[in-house]
Design a protein around this ligand. Sequence first.
Ligand code: NAD
Length: 280
Amino acid sequence: MSTSHPVVPALDLRGGRPIPQLGYGVFKVDPDIAADVTAQALATGYRHIDTAKIYGNEEGVGRAIAESGIPREQLFVTTKLWDDAHAFDDAIAACEASLERLGLDYVDLYLVHWAVPSQGQYVEAWKALIALQERGLVRSIGVSNFPKEQLAEIIEATGVVPAIHQIELHPYFQQRELRAIHEDKGILTESWGPLGQGKSDLLENPAVTAIAEAHSASPAQVVLAWHLAHGIVTIPKSVTPSRIVENLAAVELTLTADEVAAIDALDRADGRGGTDPASR
Ligand code: NAD
C-alpha cells in the first residue's frame, strides 16, 4: 500500500479509537457498485467509511474491506440503526444483521439513524446501543438527526452521552445551536451532506470560489476544509474517481481565519436541504 496518502487528522471519540476526521459516505451508492467505489476510496487512503442499514450497501462495503487487506484496526467503520428497529430486541438483532452483512465482528461507531419523535422509541433504541457497546459489538455509540429535546432526553434517561451526533451541516445550514450544545456536553459533531448534497449553488458561491482560486483548490475542497477547521467530522460522498481523490486531499488545505469567517457568513435561516428531524 502506498504511503503517499494524505494524512487525515483523527479526533478522540468516547468509547473507541480516534475517528478520522474525513471519511467516505456511501448514501445513495448503488449496491452493485458499492464494493468497487469503496475499494477505490480505500486505495485512495480513506480509512473511515460511513454506511447504514437503509443504504442497502453494507455487503458491498464489507466485501471491499475484506478484499483490501487493510488491517481491521486501521479502519473506522460506521453503520446505523434504521427506524423500524428501535424496540430493544429489534435493535440488538439489527446490529447483529448489519455486522453479518459487513462481515465484521464489530463496528467502530453505531448510530441511531433518526430519532423519529413521533414513534417515541428513541430512548429504548439508545438503551439498546448502550447494551451493544457493553457486549463489544460496537466500540462507540452515537446518534444522528436528533432534535435538541430528544438529545437531552436520552442523556437524562440513561446518563450516557452520545460520543457523536451526525447531522445535516454545511455552510448554508451551520447548526450553531446544536454545535454549542455538543461542545457543552463533549459530543463530537459530524456533518452529513457536507457539500450540500448538490441541492444548492453552494459550490458556485462567489465566497467559496474566490477562496478556491486563491489556493488553487476546488470549491468542494474549500467547503470540506471549512468543516475540518471547525473540528467537525465529515463524510463527503462521490462515486466519481477524480472527486474521491479530490475530496480526501481537502485535508491538506488550511484556510485562514478570514476565509473561515467568510464561509461562516454564508449561514442561512432556510438553508436546510433535507428532512427536519423534528418533523418525523
Ligand atoms: P454530500 O454533501 O456529500 O454530496 C454528495 C454529492 O456532492 C455527490 O453526489 C456529488 O453530486 C457532489 N460532489 C461530491 N464531491 C464533489 C466534488 N469534489 N466536486 C463537486 N461535486 C461533488 O451529500 P451526502 O452524500 O448526502 O452526504 C455525505 C454522507 O453523509 C452520505 O454519503 C452518508 O454517508 C451520510 N448521510 C447521512 C445522513 C443521515 O441521515 N445520517 C443523511 C444523508 C447523508
